[in-house]
Design a protein around this ligand. Structure first.
Ligand code: DC
Length: 223
């Protein structure tokens, strides 16, 4: 039986950075489910789909052939034969993902991809509904969060380090709007599973958060 660690939480809480480190330390596979929703969003944008038009969205999402594989331990996302991983972090793709991921058909399409990976491998899987919907029996569930101010600051630093010009207040507003959409959508809203451990990273550095989660895993699984 594979061992599964679910990490859910809002945008910018550091889930992917932390999940990658936890996976490396435990020799698990890291599964970034946000990248799957982003690949779907990229596909929809490429096909000029208006996400507000539910019929068009539901019709078109059926055609997205999303798969993932690992190269040097890094998750690669494919749309058909094309590796689209490099395009997925764009703000436009993130915004579209936030809207389209609220749709039940879109979520249904990605559900088995996520569950199959978790059944076949020891995984650290991050997302919004992993502990609540995708892997309700995960061995360890973490709800990782941080204040909106802190998350905006981190995102601002990430972008400016890449040489991009951006406005911190705009980023903060975007984070708040995304939280609102993720937490209040009808299908699989972002929420803390009852049996998830809350980790607030506002006052913690990356190593501290990683160590806390590895500690929770050891406590729960090894004993
Ligand atoms: O974590 P992220 O920013 O890469 O996620 C992109 C979008 O996809 C985000 O708006 C929320 C959505 N998402 C989701 O609804 N469920 C998941 N398991 C992962 C991401």
């Amino acid at each position: 039986m594979s061992c599964n660690i679910a990490i859910d939480g809002p945008a910018g809480a550091g889930k992917s950075t932390i999940a990658k480190k936890v996976a490396k330390e435990l020799s698990f596979i890291y599964v970034d489910t946000g990248a799957m929703y982003r690949a779907m969003a990229y596909y929809l944008l490429k096909n000029n789909v208006n996400a507000e038009d539910i019929r068009e969205l539901e019709e078109k999402c059926e055609g997205a052939d999303i798969s993932i594989c690992y190269q040097d331990g890094e998750q690669q996302v494919f749309l058909g034969e094309e590796n689209v991983t490099a395009y997925l972090r764009a703000e436009e793709v993130g915004r579209m993902a936030s809207v389209s991921s609220a749709n039940g058909k879109v979520r249904e399409k990605l559900l088995s991809l996520q569950r199959n990976l978790a059944a076949q491998h020891d995984v650290v899987m991050d997302g919004r509904d992993i502990g609540t919907t995708i892997l309700p029996n995960a061995d360890v569930k973490i709800y990782l969060t941080a204040s909106a101010d802190k998350r905006a600051k981190r995102r601002y630093l990430e972008l400016t380090e890449k040489g991009e010009t951006c406005d911190i207040e705009e980023i903060r507003q975007d984070i708040i709007e995304r939280d609102e959409r993720d937490m209040h959508r009808e299908v699989s809203p972002l929420r803390q599973a009852e049996d998830a451990v809350l980790v607030d990273s506002s006052q913690m550095n990356i190593e501290e958060v990683k160590d806390a989660i590895v500690g929770i895993y050891k406590e729960k699984v090894k004993h």
